[in-house]
Design a protein around this ligand. Structure first.
Ligand code: ADE
Length: 225
């Protein structure tokens, strides 16, 4: 079982992780997701967890003490600590897959203007950005990263689901259709009913390449053609 501890000031934000596929994976004990409220670890008499930056400037920073104690309450020898931050390594399918191999993941979600740098100095966490834009906190990036990496954990998805999908082979997934065959004159491509598996595979490859060229030409390697 992969254990995922999420340290946050806003545990109520994470209900999305307890629905659908990830809910079932938790029920089957393939993964365990625990939400830990950083505020519970504050030694301040008002349970304060943020303060103004010494460098001046706008906004508040999360203080080191509550985060330090929250991490230490769950950290084991095999834990890896991940902090979502816009200054981290940009998340992609490869990083997602590599994170899915750990037995214990601890996510620390920053909020406001960020986290006191000493959290990074003490724990040397993996820093991950979900893209070149800034969100109000690490909660939504954390959910995106957890959702994505859990799909790589054996047993979470059915066996073949990962093979054809986007990014699994540097291309985007081909278009897919389901019933009905005709919707208001919009038809499903005839080749998909041909029963000719070689033709269907060829069609999938072409469509996949077409879509990648149009939407993500940067993914196509020079030696593809
Ligand atoms: N926190 C705020 N913005 C973020 C981003 N783009 N990626 C990860 N964490 C963040």
């Amino acid at each position: 079982m992969v254990k995922i501890d999420i340290l946050t000031l806003f545990p109520e934000a994470f209900s999305a992780l307890n629905t659908s596929i990830l809910k079932r994976a938790q029920e089957k004990d393939i993964i365990q997701i625990n939400l830990i409220n950083i505020r519970d670890f504050s030694k301040n008499k008002h349970k304060k967890c943020d303060d103004t930056p010494f460098s001046g400037g706008a906004g508040m920073l999360m203080t080191v003490q509550p985060i330090y104690d929250a991490i230490m309450s769950v950290k084991q020898d095999n834990s890896v600590i991940i902090i979502p931050t816009p200054t981290g390594e940009v998340f992609n399918s490869k990083l997602s897959k590599s994170l899915s191999n750990y037995e214990h993941l601890i996510f620390v979600c920053g909020h406001y203007e960020g986290i006191d740098e000493r959290v990074y100095e003490i724990f040397n966490p993996i820093q991950v950005s979900i893209g070149d834009y800034v969100l109000t906190g690490g909660e939504i990036p954390c959910m995106a990263i957890v959702d994505s990496l859990c799909r790589f954990i054996p047993g979470v998805l059915s066996k073949d689901s990962l093979n054809d999908e986007s990014f699994s082979n540097d291309t985007l997934e081909y278009p897919q259709y389901t019933k009905p065959k005709n919707f208001m004159g919009y038809e499903v491509p005839e080749v998909l009913f041909s029963g000719n598996h070689a033709e269907i595979e060829k069609w999938k490859k072409m469509k996949s390449l077409e879509k990648t060229l149009k939407n993500r030409p940067d993914l196509i390697k020079k030696d593809t053609f």
